[in-house]
Design a protein around this ligand. Sequence first.
Ligand code: FES
Ligand code: FES
Length: 526
Amino acid sequence: MSGVRFELNGTDVEVEGSGSLLDALREELGVRSVKDGCAPQGQCGCCTVLVDGAPRVSCVTPVRRVAGRRVTTVDGLDTETADVWADAMVGCGASQCGFCTPGIVMRLEGLRRSGKPMDTPAIERALAAHVCRCTGWLGIVEAAECVASGTSCAATGGERDLDAAATRATIEGGPQRVDAAVVLGGVVYGDDDAPSDALVAVPDALGDYHVAESLDAARRAAGLVQGRNTTVAPSAPIECPDGDWAVVLQTGWVEPAYLETDSAWCAPGGAPSDPLANAGAFGGKTRSPVGDDARRLADEHGRAVRVRWSREHVVRHGPKRPPMAIALRSDGTGVVRVARTAGIAAALRRVADDVVIDEVDLAGPPTSADLRGAGWAELAIARAALSTPPGAPVTITAPDGATATATVTNPGSDAAAIEVRVACGRPLDPTVLRSYCIGAAHQAVGWVTSEGLAVAADGTVGDLTIRSFGIVRPADMPAVAVQIADDDSDPVRGSDAVFAAVAAAVWIAQGLPPTWPTGRPLHSDA
Ligand code: FES
Ligand code: FES
């Protein structure tokens, strides 16, 4: 098959004529600012580039289709345009791990270049092609509004100390930086700096690695299918015991849905790259095996090896929030039945030592107590529900000492809104802290109302795409107002307390349906 020529960021290039534009950019041309969050599913938007000025999802664009055309990645933006986007995204707290950000910038820059009105509905429609798991969307919308109007972000303002911002971001989400490079694709993620001649290892559905000379060949050898959804409803597999309970709560498997799938590379006898290159994946990669796998495979093959998990592999084999069933009496005592998970009993005991904890064996994907607030958040939420009337503020103190208060107003309407107050020591950087609080609120809304995995009785996961487990879309996210307490104590993570408090407030506002996800949107234009 003959090659394909096109213009990339102003330079003529030629690549092999097969495969996707994403693979041509990343694998053949080494353009690593274009991210792969779900290829070949075409659902996360991380790989978005401009083709003749219009946004295109490069993982589902055959490279032959761009023959003779102009392809622009975030690296191809002129300096002034790049600076405008970087200033807006950093200034509005619109990027955290940053994996989604270059694709979102290109989508929004495409909207700007289209000449169409760049108002809030248009921005939200444009963002519907993307997933951002970290920020809760509001900062991104604000950043786009700033670019459209030529103004600076009004959310916080003032001089920034970006080192202090990175310290707060690291407390909230794991080691990471806060600067223009995160926005403009300058961060090196898991296997981005692997040598170009490294072998590539991709696991099949059973978890066995297939090693090949290229990512495309490894994917083919692993027999990956295009991700699929299921019409089966999310599962809440554990039932509360019979009894006269004041509060019951049954939850299912919840996918952390970090955007960068697990990846790492290693040279023979070397040290593997860190799969947690920028931020902590909400605890989901704490025990990721990809670094050890890369080292083992590199030693076996005598060559550098990149290990790349696909989205469907992360959904099948990555850690999930453990399902549980909580039944409490009005005095707070009761029973927690939970999927057997290392460390989950200790996490529950951080909230209460007067509940009976019953770990049960379930067929299903792996579960982890490392995920955001796992165990203590569920029990704290159920206990808060015992004493909080609908519409009243809910206050939850996390085991690390942060306290958050959340209030939900107008639930179920297009005027739904969330107010959050957080006390977590010195803020260090209000913009970053606000961003993490909004992101935690977004995850909480999804957790209660829409997120969950469908898992068959034999443990088979039915939802294998990044969009199939109910992450709340930009247009469905209520306004979130964040108030940061004047607190001069040592800084601690505040967003987990916000996550728990907002989840409790949403659940109480919806009348305490016993099973999550409730299936009831918090915000609705209907
Ligand atoms: S990697 Fe292309 S849409 Fe997700
Ligand atoms: S900043 Fe969007 S997924 Fe992390």
